[in-house]
Design a protein. Structure first.
Length: 214
């Protein structure tokens, strides 16, 4: 039995409040379409399952002309799970216009490092020579990748990390990715919002397929 209420029967986006960030709790949350999203003004962590969920269906992926040029840039290499710790720390340190700080506080970093060690959380790294210039991290929710955060220190490096990840997922039978909430970057790549009920149906169907993404 899940530690969380069924999101289908919750009226709002927040389905629970609590500070339990153990691996078992995080796994249970993501497998049921729920994720923690700390808020600086709240002592306890809100757990979200948005009523409108942003996703990218791979057949709807849009790669613009500028990004296509960036894909051909020489000198960039891509890896998976080579340095999860560096990626999540870079995401935490990344400046966020319009925000005073980041939700990726030290306790979140520690929790997701444990989650990574358990085999549930994964990272993509973008390297220019030996320098980490971009990347992203997220969670395998049982056959669907849920993106958490990304960063770049070179033009388009975070978007290129996402495109590399999508290619990796497609090769293993994945057909879509969970972006959680809509952002201009995701919308430009072809993301769209779907109702929570449809998202949960798609998540359950993907889990039933038993696809191994990593």
């Amino acid at each position: 039995m899940s530690r969380f209420p069924d999101p289908r029967y919750v009226r709002g986006d927040v389905v629970a409040i609590g500070d339990d960030l153990r691996v078992e709790t995080l796994r249970d949350a993501y497998r049921h379409g729920i994720f923690p999203w700390p808020h600086e003004e709240l002592e306890l962590i809100p757990w979200f399952s948005p009523r409108r969920r942003a996703v990218i269906f791979f057949h709807e992926l849009h790669v613009g002309r500028t990004l296509r040029k960036s894909m051909k840039r020489a000198g960039l290499t891509f890896t998976i799970d080579r340095d999860f710790a560096a990626v999540i720390q870079a995401c935490s340190d990344a400046p966020r216009p319009g925000q005073d700080g980041t939700w990726i506080e030290p306790e979140i970093v520690e929790a997701y490092l444990r989650f990574h060690q358990s085999g549930d959380a994964h990272s993509v790294e973008v390297w220019q020579d030996d320098e980490l210039v971009g990347g992203l991290y997220g969670v395998d929710a049982g056959g669907v990748f849920t993106g958490e955060s990304m960063f770049h220190r070179a033009p388009d490096a975070s978007k290129l990390a996402l495109l590399f990840l999508i290619e990796h997922l497609q090769e293993r039978g994945g057909t879509w990715i969970d972006c959680q909430v809509m952002t201009p970057h995701m919308e430009a790549l072809g993301a769209r919002e779907i109702p929570r009920s449809k998202f949960l149906d798609l998540l359950a169907a993907a889990q039933a397929r038993g696809v191994t993404l990593f």
